[in-house]
Design a protein around this ligand. Structure first.
Ligand SMILES: NC(=O)c1ccc[n+]([C@@H]2O[C@H](COP(=O)([O-])OP(=O)(O)OC[C@H]3O[C@@H](n4cnc5c(N)ncnc54)[C@H](O)[C@@H]3O)[C@@H](O)[C@H]2O)c1
Length: 261
């Protein structure tokens, strides 16, 4: 199967690094015009400049997904520079590694703002144009922590569970319009997000225990390794394609077999 995006406009939010950047690279290499959006504006510009193509085919833009004003400004800038987005990937997220009883409302608020209100802001901004034009692909990243729970990530997992319910519900509302919405649910994947959490764990438990723990974690993955950003970029590219027009409202775990919900 050959996937070609043929000048379609893809907006990837949270794309300065990690899964978002791997996806931006894949979509650009498959012919999409790509906007790299991130809360870190400098990193977004630098990431866009690393993609193939000239300025008419790619763009770096600063945006905070948790703010509706910022999201609307981002969509307006992408539309004026590259065209209205046909494909939107929501990869932005934050983690907070804490026991629930050691956390409080301030901790919950920031995670819910970014991980649940963020996708709501983006959907609300881009869906009217997509439904009017009769085409759209939205892919939102959740997490297997939402499907099976994860100690020390309770409110992040709760936000991601909300994303799954949001995407399924909106997919039902816009089904006949040619717009599909799906969720990709990663297992542990070697990105900056995970590396930061792993570094904290290593410091807390020491090198020897950390090495033993790492072996134990890998044994939990039937595929024998943790994920790479590219593993997700390949699935997202398929979901963003014309060929995936009959896939909507689905939650697809890309996780080396870690859980099989
Ligand atoms: N890496 C994993 O092990 C893993 C596991 C499960 C789920 N996920 C999910 O996959 C997605 C991508 O994860 P990743 O590992 O590539 O993360 P990452 O931290 O490497 O990249 C996320 C990007 O989002 C940006 N961002 C953060 N807050 C933002 C905001 N308010 N507005 C705009 N951008 C913002 C960050 O600056 C960063 O560039 C996330 O939704 C994450 O929850 C990742």
């Amino acid at each position: 199967m050959q996937i070609e995006f043929d000048g379609k406009v893809a907006l990837i939010v949270g794309a300065a690094q990690g899964i978002g950047f791997a996806t931006a690279t894949e979509l650009r290499n498959s012919g999409a015009k790509v906007a790299v959006a991130d809360i870190n504006g400098e990193a977004a510009l630098a990431a866009a400049s690393r993609l193939a193509g000239d300025d008419t085919e790619k763009l770096g833009v600063q945006a905070d997904i948790s703010s509706m004003d910022s999201v609307e400004a981002m969509v307006a800038e992408v539309t004026s520079q590259l065209g209205a987005p046909d494909i939107v990937i929501i990869s932005a997220a934050l983690l907070d590694d804490k026991l629930f009883l050691d956390s409080g409302p301030k901790d919950w608020q920031r995670i819910i703002d970014v991980c649940l209100y963020g996708p709501m802001n983006v959907l609300h901004s881009v869906l009217p144009g997509m439904t009017e034009r009769g085409f759209g692909r939205i892919i939102c990243m959740a997490s297997d922590s939402a499907r099976v729970g994860q100690a020390r990530l309770s409110y992040y997992a709760a936000a991601k569970g909300g994303v799954i319910a949001l995407i399924k519900s909106v997919a039902q509302e816009v089904g006949p319009s040619g717009v599909t919405l799906n969720v990709v649910s990663p297992g542990a994947t070697d990105t900056e997000l995970r590396q930061a959490r792993e570094a904290q764990t290593k410091e807390a438990i020491g090198e020897e225990r950390y090495a033993a723990r790492t072996k134990k974690v890998v044994r939990m993955y039937p595929a024998g390794r943790i994920g790479l950003p590219q593993d997700h970029a390949s699935m997202i590219t398929y979901l963003a394609s014309e060929q995936a027009s009959w896939v909507t409202g689905q939650v697809i775990s890309v996780n080396g077999g870690f859980v099989m919900p």
